[in-house]
Every structure is written in C-alpha cells, then in structure tokens.
Design a protein around this ligand. Sequence first.
Ligand code: PAF
Length: 304
Amino acid sequence: MNLDSPFPGDTVTTSAAARVLRGVEELRAALGPARREGRTIGLVPTMGFLHEGHVSLLRAARAECDVVVMSLFVNPTQFGPNEDLDSYPRDEERDLRLAGEAGVDFVFAPVVEELYPDGFAAAVEVTGGLTSVLDGDPARRGPGHFRGVTTVVAKLFNIVGPDVAYFGQKDAQQAAVIKRMVRDLDFPVRIEVMPTVREEDGLAMSSRNVYLEPADRARAVALSHALAAAEQQALARDSLDAGLAAARIELAAAAIEPEYLEARDAETLEPVEGLAGRPILVAVAAQVGGARLIDNVVIEPLAG
Ligand code: PAF
C-alpha cells in the first residue's frame, strides 16, 4: 500500500500497530510491568516525519532491547524565533505506520502542554565549547538550540527511563552534547550513535530535505561530495587544510556558500591542528534553496 510518501520509492506496508500514548503518567504506567520484570527499554527520540535514518535507529533498538519506545514530538524550545517550527513537516499517520512496521511497542506523542505546562521554568544545559561552536555559534542557531535539545531529551530520559537511547551521527554535535549531558549528570542510560543514512547519491537523509526544489536537490549532493573529498585529501596529504580546501572546491562548484566548514575534535569539538591522535569531525552546514542542511564525516586518526 503506497501512502503518497514524500520520499520517492518509499512503500509503506501494514503491520502490527505501535500503541500511541499522549500522557506522561499513561506512558509510565504502560512501561511499569516491563521495568518491574527487568526488561531492557530502548528509546528513539524523534520529531517525526520519519525517513530511513530514523528507521535505522528503530531497527537497532528493536534488535537490542526488549521494549522499544519512540517519542514523536516537535520540540518548540529547540527552534529559534526565525526557524521553521510552524512549517516543520509533520505526518503523524505515516509515522505511526512506519513505527509499527519497525516493531516499535510504544509511541509517546505528547501535545506541547504535556511537556511544557504553564509556568515551566527549568532547563538542562551543557555549557562551554560544545554548545557555542558550529551550530551553537550565536550567529547561527546558538546555544539556545542545544539547551532546548538537552532539556527535552533529559525530560524524555526521566519519563521513559531507557536503558539505551539512539541518536543519528548526522547530528554529530547534538550527539556529542547529549553524551556530555549523560556523563556529567549521571543519567543511567547508554547512548548509541548510529551511522548517517544516505540517499543513493550520497545526500544525508533529513526530514528537511522535503524543502528542496529539484534543482536544489541536485546541488545538495555537493555537501556529501565535499566531505568525501575532505577525508580523501586530508588522509592522502596528511593535512586537514588540504582536506578543507578540497571540500570548499566541491561546494563552490555547486554554488554553495557554507555557513561553516570546520574540522574539530570529534568528542570535545575543540579546534584541531593535525590528524594524529584522535578522531576528527569535519562538519558542514549550508543553506541550499529552502533547506538548511548539515552533514559531517569523522576522519579516524592516522597511526603514529
Ligand atoms: O534529533 C532530533 O530529532 C531532535 O533534536 C530530538 C533529539 C528528537 C530532540 O527533540
């Protein structure tokens, strides 16, 4: 059965339905028996409009955990005033079908007031370099974006109590920030970061790809080509500068001016000089037509 998916070739078939829960107490009650029996709970936080990247997280959770919870919540606190909160793509019916197919047991889909009741005044924040660079630079999305992410993810961890939570490598900075929050605040959860899922031509899957007009969709592939060139040239010439220069050439050829194209320590996001010693994150962000796209590659350290 084809559900008019926005993703070409994406066919949706019926399968066991996931149980949809809207309330915090309702979800806690539903998870109570599993928790008492010591069964493992996996959580996949999402903002919906699922694509194969999300589905890969759901499959990993299904393979590793006894109970799988997917949250479906477009979190207003992580959107800036000029960002796309109102127009963020939504299709709950399709998301629920895909969640069911992937074997999700519970979908937690609260309304905004359930997570942010009147008078809500708390926040969870990872401060410092992890949240003030790249997307966290105040001239870009800013640290407030990550404060919104960590606040809602901390709430989800407290509500669901997962043993394992799954995130995508495409949002590398988000993953690094969440790992630091978990470490620093002693959340009893293991964070799994799964590889970026790409279209056949290399474009990283993203719910926001739906904003791309055909001509911009064709140009957008330059981001992944640029990252591949960065990795190849950096390793071939043992030089991050050479890698970044090769990436800039790929972007310029597609008339893409990056918001940023930077190499940083993959864990701390501190600036780096050379390739030796630790994994290096090369991250890029660019506005391509109507979509702000991000992507990254991690270059593993050279021996010696
Ligand atoms: O990556 C996302 O979709 C969101 O940032 C997350 C982790 C679901 C929090 O709203």
